[in-house]
Design a protein around this ligand. Structure first.
Ligand code: C2E
Ligand code: MG
Ligand code: MG
Ligand code: MG
Length: 289
């Protein structure tokens, strides 16, 4: 009995020690990422990649989505899912998103000047940006300063934003929309508990989450959900873009069920601007017959 008790205590102690060191690791990693990210943002070491948005019927380029990329000299390359949450928690997100938005809009202006046929750029904005910030003013002055047509810029936001209580966000989105900027609901279908926001918020686009696109080929209920989202979009006069299209079969099914726009590895991965230009000049157009 003594031995059993001893073993249980030992195991308990180990479990606690393991738990603590695990916590410390996570907290420590968070701090390391936060301080490296702070430097990367202030020294403008972040990159922006561009992924084409394609018209399924013609195969034509309809726009690009800007996605942040970060390679730290010591930590290596970190995916946005690792550092965007850290940026949100540490208040770095406003600077990060502003940087990406500025860079993407400048790239758009430069493409326009060079005759590269990109007519629209989408940027991702964290929901935290809409909590009592100056996001409206930042977007307004950016659009004015770079003299871009507001309709050429779309903001991708997640549904969680629509679910936040309070009318501030509602008013903010209305004001932004009144500038003429597009408003897209990213990862649509993953987070909603109510669709009523679609009639209250001035949304222009739904991005069908890739979890519904994955199994379109073999899962009838995913097909039904995708079809429902496409119909919902049509009813509300919203553009619907399918995310994460990786195969020809998925693209074909989406076309059949009335989806007109898509993004995904089947067409192209996100690329740096120069690589995107090569892609566009080369085989960028001929994956759909
Ligand atoms: P998102 O906005 O939904 O972006 C789509 C993600 O799916 C991107 O991941 C993209 O690289 C990836 N993707 C594109 N096509 C495919 C495909 O065919 N298959 C698969 N499996 N994945 C595909 P990424 O770049 O790692 O970004 C992840 C998320 O991080 C984004 O999801 C967005 O929520 C956030 N994010 C990225 N850049 C920014 C930014 O500048 N600001 C903010 N606030 N968030 C950003
Ligand atoms: Mg997005
Ligand atoms: Mg998405
Ligand atoms: Mg996402």
């Amino acid at each position: 009995a003594d031995i059993a008790l001893y073993q249980a205590k030992a195991a308990g102690r180990n479990a606690i020690r393991f738990y603590q060191s695990h916590m410390n690791d996570a907290a420590q990693q968070h701090l390391i990422i936060a301080s490296a990210l702070r430097r990367a943002v202030s020294e403008q070491q972040l990159d922006v990649y561009y992924q084409p948005k394609i018209a399924l019927d013609t195969g034509r380029l309809m726009g690009v989505e800007a996605l942040v990329r970060w390679v730290d000299p010591e930590l290596g390359s970190l995916p946005p899912d690792r550092f965007i949450p850290v940026a949100e928690e540490t208040g770095l997100i406003a600077a990060l998103d502003s940087y990406v938005m500025e860079k993407a809009c400048r790239q758009l202006v430069s493409w326009q000047a060079q005759g590269v046929p990109v007519t629209s750029v989408a940027v991702n904005l964290s929901a935290t940006e809409f909590r009592g910030g100056d996001i409206y003013q930042r977007i307004k002055s950016l659009v004015e300063r770079l003299a871009i047509k507001p309709g050429m810029l779309t903001l991708e936001i997640t549904e969680s934003l629509m679910m936040e209580p309070g009318s501030d966000i509602h008013d903010e989105l209305i004001r932004i929309r009144e500038l003429g900027v597009g408003l897209s609901i990213d990862d649509f279908g993953t987070g909603f508990s109510s669709l009523s926001y679609l009639k209250r918020f001035p949304v222009t686009e739904l991005k069908l989450d890739r979890s519904f696109v994955n199994d379109l080929g073999h899962d009838a209920s995913d097909r039904a959900l995708a079809r429902a989202v496409i119909q919902l979009g049509a009813t509300f006069g919203l553009q619907v873009v399918a995310e994460g299209v990786e195969t020809r079969n998925q693209a074909d099914i989406l076309s059949q069920i009335g989806c007109t726009l898509a993004q995904g590895y089947y067409f192209a991965h996100p690329m740096p601007a120069d690589q995107f230009e090569h892609w566009l000049a080369g085989d960028g157009q001929d994956y759909i017959e």
